[in-house]
Ligand binder design. Structure first.
Ligand code: TXA
Ligand code: MG
Length: 328
């Protein structure tokens, strides 16, 4: 289904997508961060289809999307800090991992049997609208095959997962372009489980404390945030970070107004943000990686990206794309 937003909610297609979800099938649905591969989170069989379509390890739990903070409170136990973050940033690119309420209808397959649950009220209105219309929390990982680059456009989803989809809603490129920031609030100490589309600084300002990172290397430890598997977001080309010069045989992922030495002669080039804006760079990141990969270069060299604001999430994704392959 190819639809445009403003009058989408009254379109007959909206009913058709809700129907697909209530039937226990998969629909690709955009959010402000990336396109999600959505299923009814209360339906274990439907969630199993997500794992199958993505080729995703079953221990890796899914985020459930809700239409409102009020609905999220039915599924998780929110301590004071969780409430503050929800009030400040929902709807938006923030996922909260909180203790699962025993009465939550979210299936064990979506939570991977953990005692905690990952909840998000997205800003992207289509996902919220469908959660409300179906009356179900919607489990949705990024709509890419496991370990591959996350999709920020409907074309990317179709290329990766087309045959598995009962429906796809196309609202064009996702404005944030990088997955939600995940904060764990299972006990009093908040943990940054994954940097993402909401900057750490904004969260710290609300909590009035420093956010600790998890030692999030799921290969060695039990999966605290298994999406942190080191080889993730992998292009076919080899990615090298912190490049200080371009090469005629390599693709160049550049950033900012100052070209790297040799940039003119690079095999191919994508500037994430010529003005050096980190939000624009985040929005372009995955599309840039896909584009440079398709240009046929064997190596992608990425220029240094400042490590504050959304730069933290960009560098995290680049590091994972550069990591040795073989997991995710
Ligand atoms: O922006 C996003 O978050 C997108 C859109 C579609 O909402 N979704 C997304 O989902 O990125 P996914 O499945 O690719 O990443 C979910 C992450 C994984 O790293 C998973 O391990 C973590 O959330 N997660 C889910 N439940 C968890 C839990 N109970 N404890 C810790 N981590 C959890
Ligand atoms: Mg993902």
């Amino acid at each position: 289904l190819d639809t445009n937003l403003p009058d989408w909610q009254s379109a007959p297609q909206a009913d058709a997508v809700a129907e697909v979800l209530l039937n226990g099938d998969l629909a690709a649905i955009p959010t402000e961060t990336v396109y999600g591969l959505a299923a009814d989170a209360t339906n274990g069989v439907a969630c199993a289809k997500i794992f199958e379509a993505k080729g995703r390890p079953q221990f890796n739990p899914l985020i459930s999307h809700l239409q409102s903070t009020e609905t999220a409170l039915e599924h998780g136990e929110f301590n004071d800090k969780a409430i503050r973050l929800a009030r400040a940033f929902w709807p938006g690119p923030l996922t909260l991992v909180v203790p699962r309420r025993p009465s939550s209808t979210i299936s064990d397959l979506a939570t991977a049997g953990l005692a905690s649950v990952a909840l998000r009220v997205p800003e992207g209105p289509v996902m919220r609208f469908l959660a409300e219309k179906t009356g179900r929390p919607l489990a949705a990982p990024s709509a890419n095959r496991s370990g591959r680059i996350s999709p920020t456009r409907a074309e990317d989803v179709i290329a990766d997962l087309g045959p598995a989809l009962g429906a796809i809603v196309d609202t064009g490129p996702c404005p944030v372009g990088i997955e939600s920031t995940i904060v764990g609030l299972v006990d009093d100490q908040p943990l940054l489980l994954r940097p993402g589309g909401l900057a750490r600084e904004d969260i710290e300002a609300i909590l009035d404390e420093h956010l600790e990172c998890t030692e999030a290397n799921a290969e060695e430890n039990a999966p605290t945030a298994p999406g942190m598997l080191s080889s993730h977001y992998a292009p076919d080309a080899k990615l090298i970070m912190n490049a200080t010069e371009a090469s005629p045989t390599d693709a160049l992922l550049s950033f900012g107004p100052d070209p790297l030495p040799g940039a003119d002669g690079a095999f191919s080039e994508f500037n994430l943000s010529p003005s050096g804006d980190l939000a624009e760079a985040a929005a372009n990141l995955f599309h840039a990686m896909r584009t440079l990969d398709l240009s046929g270069a064997d190596v992608i060299r990425a220029q240094i990206i400042p490590n504050f604001g959304l730069g933290e999430a960009i560098n995290d994704r680049l590091r994972r794309a550069a990591a040795p392959r073989g997991t995710g």
